[in-house]
Ligand binder design. Structure first.
Ligand SMILES: Cc1ncc(COP(=O)(O)O)c(C=O)c1O
Length: 393
């Protein structure tokens, strides 16, 4: 019996990978597989980025973990670097270990800051594996279903008198937790108008805007942050995944006034891996590489090429229902009873050396490659997809 608890709910695709480098996974048998999932959407710089490897090795020789009562200058430098990418460079930042933890803490801070416990979210958003952001129970959350807004001709700039907005008890809501379109890996991109209208109404009622950038942050959508596509000014931002490029470090960043109020009011939150030196060193180097290699701009540019290529082959195959994406966060949805079936398309791509995401619940293939992905690898995948959709086994 396998000693690893089988609990993810997801099928295991390969169990023979021994090495990962750049956009490639390399198996014990020497197969090279292009990783269009970046792990679980974490390895934005590609696997084993040489600059990150050097920084990690050097930091391992100095200090890995010291605890929250022993602070290094590194944590403060890394916090300054994170805040420098956000609209509140003079704010406050804390480093944690996972994305779930960062989103949950940001939400709890939103509640405490607004002094109201009720939360607003969008349907379809996945925010966390646990806590109130994991359950999103109707006792605590109002979930706005924006599907109808997607069809609305005014969805770029909502009418303030829209009856859908009038249904929401903004006076009870303290925090709007917005996730800019990963939507649990389904790549469902909420339209601009309703998101902006909800954020404005929550702010007018004295509430707080938390943005979950765990997946959409740090270049994934072709901008530094997903909220930039909506021209929003968040109060708190949760980061994870790409911040560590695979090493588990996450962060909550907030406006200066929120941080100052928390400190003045005796807010306490402590866990073992808070502001660890290794995580701080990793986060700082990730940000430096993103900037030096212009990977955010690259994500926007290469993402457009990728989307165009997918749209071109979609027009040739009746099996394809829709293609959508933003930056290097893309999806291709097949028709429910497509021929070939989703599972067969996925398997055939893997056999040809392309690991892509797969969501049977929506008959969807997903593409979240490292931001360093080359146009050649994209064209290779698209050519394979074209063959497979055309019936090649
Ligand atoms: C948008 C979003 N928020 C939060 C999380 C949770 O992050 P983690 O799995 O690192 O706890 C995820 C994970 O997929 C995510 O996609």
């Amino acid at each position: 019996m396998r000693p690893i608890l089988d609990c993810t709910g997801y099928e295991l695709w390969r169990d023979d990978v021994v090495h990962a480098e750049g956009v490639y996974l390399i198996t014990a048998g020497g197969d090279r597989i292009v990783d269009f999932e970046s792990g679980v959407w974490c390895a934005g710089l590609g696997h084993a980025h040489p600059r990150l490897q050097t920084v990690m090795h050097a930091q391992l020789d100095r200090a890995l973990h010291l605890g929250y009562r022993v602070e290094t200058a590194l944590a403060a430098e890394a916090a300054t670097a994170v805040l420098g990418t956000l609209p509140f460079p003079d704010g406050k930042c804390v480093f944690l270990a996972s994305g779930s933890e960062a989103v949950e803490l940001a939400t709890q801070i939103g509640r405490r800051t607004s002094r109201r416990t009720f939360l607003l979210g969008l349907t379809g958003a996945y925010l966390s594996a646990y806590g109130t952001t994991g359950t999103m129970s109707s006792n605590e959350w109002i979930l706005f279903d924006w599907a109808a807004c997607a069809e609305c001709p005014k969805n770029a700039d909502c009418d303030p008198g829209c009856p859908r907005l009038a249904e929401i008890p903004f006076e009870r809501i303290g925090t709007f937790v917005f996730e800019p379109g990963n939507s649990g890996g389904f790549v469902k991109l909420p339209p601009r108008g309703p998101v902006r209208a909800l954020a404005a109404r929550v702010a007018d009622a004295g509430g707080v805007l938390v943005v979950d950038e765990v997946t959409t942050g740090l270049g994934r959508t072709g901008a530094w942050y997903g909220f930039q596509h909506y021209d929003l000014r968040p109060d708190l931002v949760a980061l994870g995944k790409g911040l560590g490029n695979g090493y588990p470090v996450s962060a909550v960043a907030m406006r200066r006034s929120i941080g100052a109020d928390l400190e003045a009011s005796g807010f306490h939150y402590a866990q073992s891996h808070q502001n660890d030196p290794l995580g701080s060193a990793v986060a700082m180097e990730v940000l430096a590489v993103l900037r030096d290699e212009k990977l955010v701009e690259r994500s926007a540019r290469v993402g457009k090429v990728f989307l165009r290529e997918l749209i071109t082959i979609a027009s040739r195959h009746a099996a394809v229902r829709e293609v959508r994406g933003r930056g290097l966060m893309l999806a291709m949805e097949l028709h429910p009873d497509s021929r070939p079936a989703l599972h067969d398309v996925h398997r055939a791509l893997l056999e040809r050396g392309f690991l892509v995401g797969c969501k049977p619940a929506a008959n969807l293939l997903r593409f979240y490659p490292p931001l360093v992905i080359g146009e050649d690898e994209i064209r290779g995948l698209v050519a394979a997809l074209d063959l497979v959709l055309g019936g090649a086994a």
